[in-house]
Design a protein around this ligand. Structure first.
Ligand SMILES: Cc1ncc(C[n+]2csc(CCOP(=O)(O)OP(=O)(O)O)c2C)c(N)n1
Length: 383
């Protein structure tokens, strides 16, 4: 067991319970239970993982820059959490359904959501920006933990539709809900665990433990490692190295297979670290010491896969250069796409409040139309 004392914090971040297939130095290691779930992955798959990690980091960096330049109102960075998201996202099947928070840009990437569409909410030009049914990727949820209930309800529906445990790999469906360590303190999350457990719903709870809920560190949120909570609800919990894309893939695949086959929910704690601020509105230097960040830089998810690929002769300089060139292209795509996002019609905020027409809403829309028309074009709104 390795404990590290960082300032006043003692953080348990190692030990036999942490599933790992790739060490921080980039060495492949075996795990008695989970190695098999990643055994079919060849060099080409691993190069694909590397490409995903680099590109989503670049999308994230470009979005952060856009916020700094006033083009986005806010951005929630995933820096450091790329492996947790790519590993788990790549383990899902097309028919599975994903319920994200507001930080799952890497999972969105795996589900085929264009990164530009992620920016609409943060630019304030729409309330979400993609069709959840197209990619089986729900809209971002800002209310902490709420999506775990939505996910559990959806999973119970999947069960009732008979899309679990049929043995047909294209039909059996799992649901996966993402949330952070802080969310595990929410009532919604605990209620979701209860419902999922007693109904044996096909849902995987995927917690990215990035060790901070804004300024609240893990030790202010829990007295036991989070993965151990699951047993109290009656389903298995596992802690995986969240910076190890291979281990995350293997553990998530195991949990999703289990859910699809009808064996019920599972909790995954992906132990990782938020390298940047909580959002662009946050200043972590007010509560977090630099030594902790420095320590986690040595566990960088991209560096460890790059080390493995290079040392094993699975990728050469030409490959790494090509991925870098592609990341420049995606940055350009994100930037130009963001600037081209159309401003919404002011009245469109009434469009999706109710599924069917509603008289009060129509009245409010009418009032708003008149109010808006009362301003001459270009005239300053009186304050
Ligand atoms: C119900 C609710 N309470 C409070 C907030 C304000 N809030 C936004 S993010 C956050 C911390 C979330 O931490 P965590 O769940 O660990 O996720 P992370 O952002 O670290 O990935 C809080 C308290 C909120 N959005 N919703």
């Amino acid at each position: 067991m390795t404990d590290s004392v960082v300032g006043t914090r003692t953080v348990r971040h190692d030990g036999p319970e942490l599933v790992q297939l790739l060490t921080p130095e980039g060495e492949r290691v075996e795990h008695p239970e989970y190695s098999d779930y990643a055994a079919h992955l060849g060099p080409e798959d691993l190069r694909g993982f590397y490409r995903d990690l680099v590109l989503v980091r670049r999308v994230d960096a470009e979005a952060t820059a856009l916020q700094r330049q006033g083009e986005l109102g806010l951005w929630a960075s995933l820096l450091g959490q790329e492996a947790a998201q790519i590993g788990s996202g790549r383990a899902t099947r097309p028919q599975d359904y994903v319920f994200p928070t507001y930080r799952e840009h890497g999972v969105a990437w795996c589900r085929g959501v264009d990164p530009v569409t992620l920016l609409g909410l943060y630019r304030g030009v729409n309330l979400g920006g993609w069709d959840p049914h197209q990619n089986h990727f729900q809209l971002y949820t800002i209310v902490i933990g709420a999506q775990t209930l939505h996910a559990t309800g959806y999973a119970m529906g999947v069960q009732r539709d008979g899309a679990v445990g049929t043995g047909d790999p294209d039909r059996d469906t799992a649901v996966i809900a993402y949330f952070g360590d802080g969310a595990t303190s929410q009532g919604d999350v605990n209620e979701a665990f209860v419902f999922a457990a007693v109904t044996n719903a096909p849902v995987v709870f995927f917690c990215q433990n990035n060790q901070w809920a804004i300024s609240e560190p893990n030790e202010r949120q829990t007295r036991v490692p989070l993965y151990q909570r699951a047993s109290g609800f009656g389903f298995p919990g596992v802690r995986v190295d969240g910076n190890d894309v291979l281990a995350v893939y293997a553990v998530t695949k195991a949990a999703l297979d289990r859910a699809r086959s009808g064996d019920g929910p599972m909790f995954i704690e992906a132990f990782t670290y938020r390298m940047g601020a909580h959002t662009t509105s946050d200043d972590p230097t007010r509560y977090r010491i630099a030594a902790e960040v420095e320590e986690w830089k040595l566990k960088d998810p991209i560096a460890r896969l790059k080390a493995y690929l290079s040392r094993g002769g699975h990728a050469d300089a030409e490959f790494f250069d090509a991925v870098d060139a592609e990341s420049d292209e995606i940055a350009t795509h994100v930037r130009s796409g963001c600037l081209a996002l159309p401003d919404p019609e002011p009245e469109s905020m009434f469009d999706h409040v109710y599924a069917d027409p509603h008289p009060l809403l129509e009245e409010e829309r009418e009032w708003f139309r008149g109010y808006h028309a009362s301003f001459a074009a270009g005239e300053e709104v009186a304050r």
